[in-house]
Design a protein around this ligand. Structure first.
Ligand code: 26A
Length: 340
């Protein structure tokens, strides 16, 4: 039976880049740096001319990034797609990256799409998602023997917070397995709207998390919607890290990236900062997926049983490689990455 290092779960999406920068943001009422579920009024964005497209889906991006630095056949990713060309493209790009796609197929719905609008010299990215088939992932899809056996044989479980809008039940089932087998369970905060509109679902999963990864706006949204009266990223991260844990055998780390500014890590009541290397503005092509690539590198390092310091180094490196190219997929042939 195959066994994997990393099992990821979330929404397999195709990223659909739309031009027009500020004019497009204004037309669809989007903020320059945000991630939202498309409202009825925003559906027109998928009919705008496409500048380019490629594989997306936050946790799927992270799994491809983790595979970039892990031995062959280390990663597998589950989610729901339609029976269409977009799904075929996602399968193909995962295959090229060495990530196994474990897709449930809902032939009655199209594969999910995320409209991406870049602005501010590519430093900002606005994401507007129509989940499509990804929204139809159910606990049953996770529990079928072909899928669950891979959960059981994987070392690390990674869930995108975005899945809180789809199947918190599936996230909790994975979480309970992680506790039972004392495997690391990692969640990404994914987007500010989740702590606001999916607070109850978020609060049901957090107690199971050994690692929580996010960015500054996501952790501040968590604080704002949990009555934490401070705008200090480290303080909110400390509060999140101290939420009671189900698995008492592991302490919780909260890892917060801040773009070009220092990444903050909170563990065992301690706050540490890690400054990423400087990337010159002219080398930044597309910041979409940078946080996902960071998460992929961070998780891959944990899989190698390296400490947090190296996990951050590898995460920063992959995040930086990601912003130097268009799209969220790291180009081949692989570059030499920092070694421990
Ligand atoms: C539920 N939502 C809104 C989403 C997403 C998402 N992935 C899963 N669920 N909205 C945007 N993304 C993905 O985030 C990546 C950048 O971090 C985009 O597809 C993009 O590749």
């Amino acid at each position: 039976m195959s066994s994997y290092v990393l099992f990821g779960l979330e929404n397999p999406l195709l990223d659909y880049y739309v031009g027009g920068e500020d004019a497009t943001l204004q037309k669809y009422g989007l903020k320059s740096n945000d991630a939202v579920l498309a409202s009825e009024k925003q559906m027109g964005i998928y009919k705008e001319a496409c500048v380019s497209y490629g594989a997306g889906g936050a946790a799927q991006n992270s799994c491809r990034a983790a595979q970039y630095v892990l031995p062959p056949n280390s990663t597998v990713f589950a989610g729901c797609v339609g029976d269409d060309d977009f799904a075929r493209m996602l399968r193909e790009s995962n295959e090229k990256a060495g990530l196994r796609s474990l897709f449930s197929v809902d032939p009655s719905t199209s594969t999910g799409v995320c409209a991406v609008v870049l602005s501010n010299n590519n430093k900002c990215r606005s994401l507007c998602t129509n989940l499509g088939a990804a929204n139809n992932y159910k606990l049953n899809n996770l529990k079928i023997p072909e899928v669950w056996s891979l959960v059981e044989s994987s070392k690390i479980l990674y869930v995108g917070g975005y899945h809180l809008t789809v199947s918190p039940e599936a996230m909790l089932e994975l979480a309970k397995h992680a506790v039972e087998k004392n495997k690391p369970y990692i969640m990404n905060l994914s987007a500010p709207f989740l702590s606001q509109f999916f607070k109850e679902q978020m609060d049901s999963v957090v107690p199971y998390c050994d690692y929580i990864i996010g960015n500054e706006s996501e952790i501040l949204s968590y604080g704002e919607h949990h009555g934490i009266e401070t705008k200090d990223v480290g303080e909110v991260a400390l509060a999140l890290a101290s939420v009671e844990k189900v698995n008492k055998k592991r302490s919780r780390a909260v890892v917060i990236t801040q773009g070009a500014d220092a990444t903050i890590v909170v563990q065992d009541g301690e706050v540490k900062t890690y400054k990423p290397n400087h990337v010159p503005a002219e080398e930044i092509v597309d910041t979409n997926g940078a946080g996902d690539a960071f998460a992929g590198g961070f998780i891959a390092a944990l899989a190698g049983e390296h400490g947090i310091d190296y996990a951050i180094t590898l995460g920063h490196w992959l995040g930086q490689e990601c912003i130097k190219v268009s799209g969220t997929t790291l180009p081949l042939p692989k570059k030499q990455y920092p070694l421990p």
